[in-house]
Write a protein that binds this ligand. Structure first.
Ligand SMILES: Cc1cc2nc3c(=O)[nH]c(=O)nc-3n(C[C@H](O)[C@H](O)[C@H](O)COP(=O)(O)OP(=O)(O)OC[C@H]3O[C@@H](n4cnc5c(N)ncnc54)[C@H](O)[C@@H]3O)c2cc1C
Length: 319
């Protein structure tokens, strides 16, 4: 075994969940590596302003990510960015990860924190206006649309529940949905249907986003008649699904039918010594605070596992 490439714990993903796990593990004097595809910080770095992280009134996602990174490094955590984990072997005492460049790292425990991404409409202008009128998170951005007329896209539980929650801020919410019925629980449908601020644009979809600096209008196509109309709006919230970054784990760890990692309350997975945390696990609320909390629990449980297995190994050697 190349001891330089061997760690007590390897964390896959450096979003808030992974960075927090790195802080706790390395502070517990465990040799820790975080491997991250892309920029350190994960989805946080896509966030222009974070106004709901306790103790920090307002901060950019990039700044918060850098503070967490600095904190992890100060305890000796090794962070390798722009490296994708392409494959791994999780079973047995010695875990092994292989990066897309072919480098191999080994460890006695693994914490999976690869996060995920919101499903996008994939239509003209969507990329340009992300964070400039287009949002995928009502809790994060609802407040920025106080007294504005906004659009919500989707017809599942998330879309309807978030549409109702957005009425706390917006003066009017138009729900655009591609079918003539919703795929949500009856109570969620009733609540939205009875809300005075909500109206419905059924059997329709957004086909383009327009604006100068910020979003100003959208094209809405009626899928039944084929007719397209331009609709003035300052904000569009898209809730058409969430994709966990777990494609590379299929068949190696227990996932639910949506590809989310199944964990127990201590964030352990179905494989001994392997933990998961953050947006990639099967859970309802996806926020920085919840990712940080999951990362803490996973790191503490992994530390405990490493300690207990060391004790067990010593006992076995003594026998
Ligand atoms: C636009 C936007 C705004 C938001 N605003 C807020 C807000 O204001 N407040 C709030 O609390 N939450 C906000 N959120 C949600 C919050 O950012 C997420 O809940 C949180 O970042 C999830 O953390 P995570 O560590 O689980 O995953 P992520 O942040 O997704 O990080 C996962 C990391 O793992 C890496 N990774 C994935 N696969 C691999 C692989 N195979 N190998 C190596 N690395 C891999 C990814 O590249 C990424 O860097 C926002 C999200 C978005 C998209």
């Amino acid at each position: 075994m190349n001891t330089n490439n061997h760690y007590d714990a390897i964390v896959i993903g450096a979003g808030p969940a992974g960075l927090t796990a790195g802080i706790y593990l390395s502070r517990a004097r465990l040799k820790t590596l975080i491997v991250n595809e892309g920029t350190v910080g994960g989805q946080m770095v896509l966030t222009h302003e974070i106004a709901n992280y306790p103790g920090v009134e307002s901060i950019s996602g990039y700044q918060l990510a850098n503070i967490m990174k600095k904190q992890a490094k100060s305890f000796g955590c090794d962070i390798k960015s722009n490296i994708e984990v392409a494959n791994f072997e999780l079973t047995g005492d010695l875990k092994r990860i292989t990066t897309s460049e072919g480098n191999v790292y080994t460890s006695n425990s693994i914490i999976l924190t690869p996060g995920g991404r919101s499903r996008t409409l994939g239509v003209m202008g969507e990329e340009n206006f992300k964070g400039k009128g287009i949002s995928y998170c009502a809790t994060c951005d609802g407040d920025f649309f106080t007294d504005k007329e906004i659009v919500v896209v989707g017809g599942g539980n998330s879309a309807l529940e978030e549409a109702v929650s957005l009425t706390k801020y917006a003066s009017k919410v138009s729900i655009v949905h591609q079918f003539d019925h919703f795929q949500a629980f009856e109570h969620a449908i009733e609540e939205a249907e009875n809300h005075p601020k909500i109206n419905f644009v059924m059997e329709s979809t957004i086909t383009a986003f327009y604006g100068k600096e910020n979003l100003e209008s959208v094209d809405i196509k009626n899928l039944k008649t084929g007719k397209t109309e331009n609709f003035k709006t300052d904000g569009v919230f898209i809730f058409i699904g969430y994709i966990p970054n777990t494609e590379f784990m299929k068949g190696k760890i227990e996932l639910n039918k949506w590809g989310k990692i199944l964990v127990k309350p201590d964030m352990s997975t179905n494989i001994e010594g392997v933990y998961a945390a953050g947006d990639s696990i099967a859970k309802r609320y996806r926020q920085i605070t919840t990712a940080v909390a999951d990362g803490t629990i996973a790191a503490l449980a992994a530390s405990n596992y490493l300690h207990e297995s060391k004790v067990k190994n010593k006992e076995l050697i003594a026998i």
